[in-house]
Design a protein around this ligand. Structure first.
Ligand code: HEM
Length: 404
């Protein structure tokens, strides 16, 4: 049977931009009930768990991050030497080599080194509001939580946390959809961060410590080592991929718990449920709802031909609630053994490098919060960030709780 050209298929239209959270989920479910593939404003979208996994593991599809400027309507960027490739947009042997070299520095064991810092930072943030019985949770806790952890991971001292925070804000502008206007700010932040990290690397070469950069300097595999430039790129990728994600996920998780007070109580009483609470909230309401690929060559998948350049987004949110593979997917239940992995960290070669760290951050945060702010409830409506394919969650989450 010859493959059918994707443009010739009759497909449901899936538009989630601008929809409320539950409406977006309903739109995905509606599209999935008609076909495994949907048409979107950008290209196409797969919504079932098996298709999402297959596309993310298919090396003929590449990360769309490298073509983000073109997707935003910008011409090819003029100075390719200044735009170092990120691990997120590398492919093939280049990506495999880098992952092999850096993977040992991102194990659960190395994430565990940072657990005392996580507890201290979060404990300090929560102490500031615990007597008030209410707060706006995003600005009080989620925003400030991850930067100190990433700084500690890299080995940057507390006096520089503010600097990292402003670089992170500017570098995240890449996802704002206003790239043309933001490019100078993004480039400046990126150049300053690279210079800072390069200095830190020189310092660690002379005087190794118990941190990520010292680990990366020590890495050597069959004579292959990471260059200073590669380590600086990785530091930027970690800052970019590891702060806004964690912030938004913590806010998403607490927003969900505020709708399920009995499960919050249970977690407060049984901190051993932390790991399940984290996996279930990542599944039920993940901060990364989709990730985008493009066909790097003509690709035939499930008898459909995707011509080179076709954009295919993979709905992690859809995969996480695929009714064919999850039992009661629309129920939030931290006591249920789900039997398979949630998809919010992606799959395939770009599977989240910081998954162990993110899990540790959330596993430390949720039970501590459940114990320190019992009686969690909404104190007004949640203001959700506008839906796009980037990182998503509440912009404002007013909560109240039993003051202590
Ligand atoms: C709850 C928090 C997080 C979520 C939901 C998340 C999600 C993801 C997803 C979905 C991807 C794959 C993107 C794609 O396939 O296009 C990814 C990649 C990545 N993440 Fe995370 N992430 C989180 C936290 C972190 C943290 C804390 C770090 C810091 C170490 C981190 C570092 C990275 C890196 C470096 C990549 C690129 C890996 C590669 O391309 O090989 N992430 N993340």
């Amino acid at each position: 049977m010859t493959a059918q050209l994707v443009a010739e298929l009759e497909l449901p239209l899936l538009q989630t931009i601008g929809l409320e959270r539950l409406d977006a989920i309903a739109a995905i479910e509606e599209a999935r009930s008609q076909h495994w593939l949907a048409r979107t404003d950008m290209g196409y979208c797969v919504t079932g768990l098996n298709d999402v996994t297959a596309i993310l593991r298919d090396k003929r599809f590449h990360s769309a991050l490298s073509i983000l400027p073109q997707m935003s309507g910008l011409p090819e960027l003029e100075e390719p030497s200044r735009r170092r490739k990120s691990i997120l947009s590398m492919e093939g042997d280049e990506h495999a080599r880098l992952r092999r070299l850096v993977a040992p520095a991102f194990t659960p064991l190395s994430a565990n080194r940072l657990r005392p810092t996580m507890r201290a930072v979060l404990g300090d943030l929560i102490e500031r509001v615990v007597g008030d019985g209410e707060c706006e949770f995003v600005s009080a806790v989620c925003e400030p939580y991850p930067i100190p952890i990433i700084c500690e991971l890299l080995g940057a001292p507390p006096e520089d946390w503010k600097l990292f925070s402003s670089w992170a804000t500017d570098i995240f502008r890449i996802f704002n959809g206003t790239l043309e206007q933001d490019l100078p700010l993004i480039d400046r932040a990126s150049t300053e961060l690279t210079a800072y990290v390069s200095d830190l690397i020189s310092a660690r070469r002379a005087d190794p410590r118990d941190d990520l950069l010292s680990d990366l300097i020590a890495v050597e595999e069959e004579g292959d080592r990471l260059s200073t430039e590669e380590m600086a790129m990785l530091a930027q990728a970690v800052l970019m991929a590891g702060t806004d994600t964690t912030r938004n996920q913590l806010a998403c998780s607490v927003a969900v718990f505020s709708e399920h007070p009995e499960q919050w109580r249970l977690l407060g009483r049984q901190p051993a449920l932390a790991s399940r609470a984290v996996e279930e909230s990542l599944r039920y309401l993940g901060a990364v709802r989709a990730t985008v690929r493009f066909a790097a060559e003509d690709v035939t998948y499930r008898d459909v031909l995707f011509p080179r350049g076709t954009i295919v987004s993979t709905s992690l949110a859809g995969a996480n609630r695929d009714p064919e593979l999850w039992i009661r997917p629309n129920e939030f239940d931290i006591t249920q053994e789900r039997g398979q992995a949630q998809m919010t960290f992606g799959s395939g070669i770009h599977f989240c490098l910081g998954a162990a760290l993110a899990r540790a951050e959330l596993q430390e945060a949720l039970p501590l919060l459940a114990r320190r702010i019992p009686g969690l409830a909404r104190n007004g409506p949640v203001e959700w960030k506008p839906a796009n394919f980037g990182i998503w969650g509440p912009a404002r989450l007013p909560i109240r709780f039993d003051a202590s």
